[in-house]
Write a protein that binds this ligand. Structure first.
Ligand code: WT7
Length: 640
């Protein structure tokens, strides 16, 4: 497969960028011609940021899985589509060629139709990182059902929240998953979740770990039995559904600064073109290369750069079930060597956690195949950037620092590997089609270089969020209201003297813990569910490995007698957070306080709490507007 729209040099980057901004219809229209459509579009893009309504490729009909599977069969049916590396390095890896993946997706999509799933139905998927997760996702897309993948680390309550919000009728799960030396139960968590919601009528269970699970009659179905039935009865495979360009492809829940996670909705055609275009250009993918993205498919990175981007480009994508530090900190490097990985795409937090082990785990690992390195999810500090460059890339593999969000569908600001310049800890330049704007607090555009402000996007791009599921107003309020006529990212950003962009982190109450996005309000709500808690306030603080850690200030309804009691209470609160959200949201530090710094109108002054959490006790700024400035002194004294 050739990619005629793959940018070949710096001049072409500038000229393509120019074209994309001056004439987006022509630019994206000619790229879209390289995909398979059942009907072509009447117009390329219509957009109104005030009402958050954007339509790409209006009138076109397609099925994204035909673009990811069927169209590759003739030329590369025998090429690996998915290489699966299991958690246990002593177990064999597994390869699904394009033909095999096609067969299994077509087969499983027939299972889904057979059990009554129809176009536009919502299907939640709660599985480990195994090939069947990819098959489940693609099978949904093949019949036009809307998938909503839920990260395997989320609690029963979190699953129930998502099922209810999406009004899902089916859940696809597995008995359990492996994670390092642990076996994680999944089906039992689904069972618990389904006690809290009542829209789900079918649960399809894939047998992976082989542990015993309860199967509820009339609701729970074994994956393998359903597939066998298709084969035995000889039920013909379902034809791919021809969906409209703007039909939703998936929902993915993500945290914001207020309320419960919102369901970010992505469309089919625009998302496909954006996933493919950004994959091919940022990583400069060449046919037959092996692409290893270490993210979980429970997050947007996995959706776009394990599945839809690579598969639509006919690439070989590597899926890994385990963790970077088990059985030892050389796991990534063993995988890169074993599968001759060409492109490695991971998160700063993973790099920092491996740096701690020094050079030893890299010794005698053959990484000569690595051509491109990528990072995503949080700002990468210069030390980690250089370690990645020196020790992993041997200064011979460009690093792409890719900035984007769940809402943007794909990479927005990044250098293009080997084509545009890189600069440590800078995402550098916008992709074609992306028009970044920096704003000050009052909505004034900051022109020129050497400025920093809030990052907004001025023009529509194919992969942008279309709505928040079931609540379009929330989409308008969250992304299109802070600056009228612009998409607001929630990130702070600097444009340096050369016009290169550096993302400085969130400017709202959203934390980024090990690349996981967590709302402070969400953690507070969870903590407050503990019956002993009166009130809490959560802030982020700098953490060497996680990027940000979670610091919670908690007011209890009883007095703490001694340190033993305090530590028991902390354990209880951590348990509550695990139950309500999941272990990823557990605070690193819990400080019991008797009051919180509030303004006279009752608003918590998080700025002060952030400073205390960082240990910057002498630069708290103005505290005179507080209702009771003395609480600050007492918080300072009992700081963790
Ligand atoms: C937030 C989005 C995009 C996939 C993974 C996270 C931060 C993301 C970078 C980067 C600095 C980054 C931003 C953004 N972020 N990439 N290269 N440099 N910060 O997706 O969970 O939607 O989180 O992650 O703060 O807003 P997400």
């Amino acid at each position: 497969m050739k990619y005629p729209y793959q940018i070949q040099n710096l001049d072409q980057y500038y000229s393509d960028y120019q074209k994309s901004i001056e004439n987006p219809d022509e630019f994206w229209g000619s790229i879209a011609e390289h995909f398979e459509w059942h009907e072509t579009w009447n117009s390329v893009v219509h957009s109104d940021f005030l009402t958050a309504k954007t339509i790409w490729f209006e009138g076109a009909k397609l099925n994204i899985t035909e673009n990811c599977l069927d169209r590759h069969l003739e030329e590369r049916g025998n090429q690996p589509a998915i290489v699966f590396e299991p958690n246990d390095p002593n177990k064999p890896s597994q390869t699904l060629t394009y033909q095999e993946l096609y067969d299994r997706v077509a087969e499983f999509s027939t299972v889904l139709t057979n059990i009554g799933i129809q176009k536009s139905d919502r299907v939640c998927i709660y599985m480990g990182m195994i090939p069947e997760l990819a098959i489940a996702v693609l099978a949904c897309a093949r019949i036009g059902a809307i998938h909503s993948v839920i990260f395997g680390g989320f609690s029963a309550q979190s699953i129930a929240d998502r099922v209810i919000d999406a009004q899902a009728s089916c859940i696809i799960t597995c008995d359990g998953a492996y994670r390092g030396n642990k076996e994680i139960p999944l089906k039992p968590v689904v069972d618990q979740a389904l006690k809290l919601c009542d829209t789900v009528s079918e649960v399809v269970v894939f047998k992976h770990t082989g542990t015993t699970v309860n199967m509820t009659k009339g609701r729970d179905l074994w994956w393998h039995e359903q597939v066998n039935e298709i084969i035995e009865v000889g039920i013909p495979w379902e034809e791919p559904e021809r969906v409209d360009a703007e039909d939703p492809l998936f929902i993915l829940y993500t945290s914001g600064s207020t309320g419960k996670p919102k369901g970010v909705v992505h469309s089919t055609a625009g998302y496909m073109v954006w996933a493919n275009y950004t994959f091919v250009n940022v990583f400069q993918y060449q046919p037959k290369q092996v692409h290893f993205c270490t993210a979980d498919i429970g997050w947007i990175t996995g959706h776009t750069y394990i599945l839809y981007g690579p598969l639509s480009a006919g690439a070989t994508t590597l899926m890994f079930e385990g963790i970077p530090t088990w059985p030892d900190a050389g796991r990534f490097w063993d995988i890169c060597q074993k599968h001759s990985v060409d492109i490695l795409y991971t998160a700063p937090t993973a790099i920092r956690s491996l740096m701690v082990f020094g050079d030893e785990p890299l010794k005698n690992k053959d990484l000569r195949h690595l051509k491109v390195l990528g990072t995503v999810g949080e700002p990468i500090n210069e030390e980690a950037w250089h370690w990645y460059d020196d020790k992993v890339g041997k200064n011979n593999a460009p690093i792409v620092d890719t900035w984007w969000q769940t809402e943007t569908g794909g990479i927005m600001i990044s250098n293009l590997a080997g084509i545009t310049p890189s600069k440590p800890s800078f995402a550098t330049l916008p992709l074609p089609g992306i028009f970044p704007v920096l704003m000050d607090e009052n909505g004034k555009i900051l022109e020129g270089n050497s400025v920093s402000g809030n990052l907004c996007i001025a023009k529509p791009w194919p992969g942008m969020i279309r709505t928040t599921f079931g609540d379009h107003q929330r989409c308008i309020d969250t992304y299109f209201s802070a600056y009228k006529g612009y998409y607001f990212t929630g990130d702070g950003c600097l444009r340096d003297e050369d016009g290169l962009y550096r993302i400085t982190g969130r400017v709202d109450d959203v934390l980024n813990v090990s690349g996981h996005r967590i709302g402070t309000a969400e953690v507070e709500n969870a903590i407050n569910m503990n019956p002993l808690v009166v009130e809490s306030a959560v802030v982020g603080f700098s953490h060497d490995i996680k990027g940000q850690g979670i610091y919670a200030y908690v007011i209890l309804n009883k007095e703490i007698a001694d340190e033993e009691m305090a530590s028991n209470l902390r354990i209880q609160i951590l348990r509550t957070v695990s139950e309500v959200i999941g272990p990823i949201a557990k605070p690193d530090k819990i400080q019991f306080v008797t009051g919180l710094p509030k303004t006279r109108s009752g608003k918590i002054m998080r700025r002060i709490l952030r400073k205390i959490a960082e240990g910057e006790l002498n630069s708290l700024g103005d505290t005179s507007t507080l209702l009771d400035p003395s609480v600050v002194e007492s918080i300072k004294l009992s700081r963790m």
